[in-house]
Design a protein around this ligand. Sequence first.
Ligand code: IPE
Ligand code: IPE
Ligand code: MG
Length: 231
Amino acid sequence: MMQELKHLAIIMDGNGRWAQNRGKRRIEGHKMGANVVRTITTWCAQNAISTLTLYAFSTENWKRPKYEVDFLMKMLKNYLDQELETYQKNNIRFFAIGDIDAFSSPLKEKIFEVQEKTSQNNALTQILALNYGGKNELSRAILHNKERISQASNAQEIEKVLEDSLDTRGIPSVDLLLRTGGEQRLSNFLLWQCSYAELFFTPTLWPDFTIVELNAIIDQFLKRHRRFGGL
Ligand code: IPE
Ligand code: IPE
Ligand code: MG
């Protein structure tokens, strides 16, 4: 049977190294990376992928120098401002996962505004993982559903409660997880949702990543035999 690729998730890593390799400041890498986000997102919308989740800022990324964190926050708001047009033109729904409460009010409002304005679009759902950590997501889900969880009588019921309470509720689990930048780790990304994802790692730094390489990876994915524990 032909493999289905409904949900592609990407850990966009290597922006800082891309810039440093060119003697530039790390933030220049983030700027270039934002262009690649637009290219890849538009391609996914035009090629029948239903969900694209992009890791943009982790719960651990606050450890970075204030200058870089501030830049990323500013860039995120500008990106959402600019991209509304791209979202509407390509019928893309924007959705954020992660602990958004930690962000400034203007940024939060921008996130909610773009979510609202694109909520009826249905070619692709682009999910940005913002202040996202898999452990934090699961912990919040438990915190907000203590009663339902305590009433559950078996593990299966708890699994259902959690599935329904994660930030990704209603979204199919990840089929293909890709990490650019050469590291082979999850860095707290979609721990629950990747339980049966096919994993791909490329040394290409995110600002250098292209549609051509994505196509080659998808070709390999389509040839893999997924068993989901069966035979
Ligand atoms: C990924 O690139 C983008 C974010 C984490 C915001 P990095 O900034 O981690 O780039 P490297 O890994 O240092 O090269
Ligand atoms: C993961 O990249 C987070 C994002 C891409 C947003 P990091 O660069 O933060 O991950 P580590 O620190 O190398 O694990
Ligand atoms: Mg990195």
